[in-house]
Design a protein around this ligand. Structure first.
Ligand SMILES: [Zn+2]
Length: 408
């Protein structure tokens, strides 16, 4: 079935808005996207009329954990079978909110993505990392138990051991993620907030370890994305060839310039910082994390503003991990506007800039352009004037993924 979407405004993802636009979807592909007066004859196409048509959005940093709270340890105190059931609902909710692609930076996404691809679960295309590679005592180690237990808990939840030390283990760790079906390799290059004993300012992994991870990942045509708060972690990661910096809390002038130089992408995840500051208490955030979120929150918004000002390429990510919070992904756009983006820049971060976070594994999507995947949404209202429209799933009237209609 051919679908012809006639819109008051067409937002291509990158480039200027087209007034009175038409998008034609056929066999899973976009066969036309442009001005109505140049569009092909409608023929027997089904016509959808809408205010705004734009590419399906990209969540470039989420986690399918299937837990309800702001305490990551809940994943280790729950049965993986139950967590797996819950994430199928997260997937449906994300698609309903207009997100047709999710880059899942550690969790059950590698499995969920395969079930979506098989057609048995309704959800976005999910590009998972598998587990997140961490050094011993690093951000994805579980500091409250002995190391053997920590390893066992991670294998039980994510399918493979993720704690690696020394270049050889780092290489082997990348290979273990590949055997889970990882499309991107996620590492921790600094301490974090949601872990007990490590310091967000301090770098994690030696340069030799980072080099081994990036070399192995790149050889297998995967990009490496690094969780980094502190500046030294950011600089070492860039030096090793990491292409996406997640969070980037203590980014300064020099680090921003290094990102531009390296053509690296920042995925700021302002949503989670904002959520934990406002709702962390009632969501069961552990005491250690409360201290660390207060230590990082202000620097984080300054860093995003600086990155925007310096012209660092930014892709939208929220770091949402909890069932019940999935679906609020679109709130990130407004937060990026608060940090200094124009609405059109925020939309570009949530659409056209998404695929680049996967490098060689990127699908052909994120823009409305002939020959690209038919991942398209219709929106009531004008998000170029008020981007917060995209935060409310009720405003997303139609969702097409691969040309198949899931909403509307
Ligand atoms: Zn994360």
């Amino acid at each position: 079935m051919t679908v012809r979407i006639e819109a008051k405004r067409l937002i291509p993802g990158s480039g200027d808005v087209i007034e009175n636009g038409v998008v034609v979807l056929d066999q899973g592909e976009i066969t036309y996207a442009g001005a109505a007066n140049g569009a092909p004859d409608p023929g027997d196409a089904e016509v959808v009329k809408t205010e705004t048509v734009m590419p399906g959005m990209w969540e470039c940093h989420g986690h399918f954990f299937g837990i309800y709270t702001a305490n990551i340890d809940e994943a280790h105190l729950s049965r993986p079978q139950l967590l797996s059931m819950r994430v199928t609902s997260d997937a449906r909710v994300a698609l309903d909110a207009g997100f047709t692609s999710v880059r899942e930076m550690g969790g059950l996404g590698v499995f969920l993505g395969r079930a979506v691809e098989e057609g048995v679960v309704v959800g976005p295309n999910v590009y998972g990392a598998g587990g997140t590679l961490s050094m011993t005592a690093g951000h994805a180690d579980t500091h409250s138990v002995d190391l053997d237990m920590a390893r066992a808990l991670h294998v039980r939840f994510g399918g493979e051991d993720n704690i690696v030390d020394g270049p050889d283990q780092c290489r082997a760790g990348v290979r273990r993620m590949l055997r889970l079906g990882a499309k991107v390799i996620k590492i921790h290059a600094s301490g974090g907030v949601m872990s007990e004993l490590d310091d967000p300012h301090l770098p994690q992994f030696s340069n030799e370890e980072l080099n081994a991870i990036v070399d192995e990942a790149n050889r297998m045509e995967r990009l490496v994305g690094a969780h980094c708060h502190g500046k030294r972690g950011i600089m070492s990661a860039l030096e090793a060839g990491v292409k996406t910096i997640e969070h980037g809390t203590f980014l300064d002038d020099e680090a921003a310039e290094a990102m531009v130089e390296a053509e690296a992408i920042l995925v700021p995840t302002r949503f989670i910082v904002d959520l934990l500051i406002r709702e962390g208490e009632q969501r069961g955030m552990p005491e250690y994390a409360k201290k660390k979120i207060r230590m990082t929150a202000e620097a984080h918004s300054d860093a995003i503003s600086l990155a925007i000002e310096k012209g660092v390429k930014i892709a939208m990510g929220t770091d949402i991990w909890a069932t019940g919070v999935w679906g609020r992904n679109g709130e990130e756009l407004d937060l990026m506007v608060e940090c200094g983006m124009t609405p059109m820049q925020a939309i570009e971060a949530a659409t056209a800039n998404g695929p680049a976070t996967l490098g060689p594994q990127a699908p052909k999507s994120g823009r409305l352009e002939e020959g690209l995947d038919a991942d398209v949404i219709c929106v009531s209202g004008d998000p170029t004037g008020d981007v917060s429209i995209l935060a409310d799933p009720d405003n997303i009237t139609h969702v097409f993924k691969g040309g198949v209609r899931y909403k509307g």
